[in-house]
Design a protein around this ligand. Structure first.
Ligand code: RP5
Length: 160
């Protein structure tokens, strides 16, 4: 039963969002990685949100570029936490997607991460941290990873 669902607005977003799925795999978080568009397939998006929520999904991650309404469309259909990853897909350099994702009306929050791969990875970390509120083993894996980050900084410092 997937605890997290990652929606991308297009298959052209896959390269940017693959690190999100890879990191959830590394953390042992069962998830779905799929495409559904707020504009091209609004009915599919709403149907999938209802189905995955009924199956036990706890966190939705939504990534899109341009007029990035996917996270907002999902937030309109669920009270589970929705995390948004704005993607660069236009000459506006992602500012279009960032504003469309972050500027949600009151009562329909989207926890908005950084652009592209950095945001993709942090969406996975944040989703895992949300799940870890009720999962001690996952919380332990996250703490172990933090120790790894600490060790890599100390190793880099020692190498200079
Ligand atoms: C958005 O439009 C998608 O999330 C993607 O970032 C962008 C371009 O989509 P394609 O035209 O490549 O399918 O909806």
């Amino acid at each position: 039963m997937p605890k997290v669902v990652i929606f991308m607005g297009s298959i052209s977003d896959e390269e940017k969002m693959r690190p999100c799925s890879d990191l959830l795999n590394d953390l042992g978080v069962e998830h779905v990685f799929t495409v559904s568009s707020a504009h091209r397939t609004p009915e599919r998006t709403a149907k999938l949100v209802a189905e995955y929520e009924a199956d036990g999904c706890q966190v939705f991650i939504c990534a899109a570029g341009l007029a990035a309404h996917l996270a907002g469309a999902v937030a309109a259909k669920t009270t589970k936490p929705v995390l948004g990853v704005p993607l660069t897909a236009s000459p506006l350099g992602g500012m279009d997607a960032l504003l469309a994702t972050v500027q949600m009306p009151p009562g329909f929050p989207v926890g908005t991460l950084a652009l592209d791969q950095v945001g993709a990875r942090n969406a996975a970390w944040l989703a895992a941290q949300i799940l870890a509120l009720h999962d001690e083993e996952l919380a332990g894996r996250i703490k172990d990873a933090r120790e790894g980050f600490k060790a890599s900084v100390e190793k880099a410092a020692a190498s200079l």
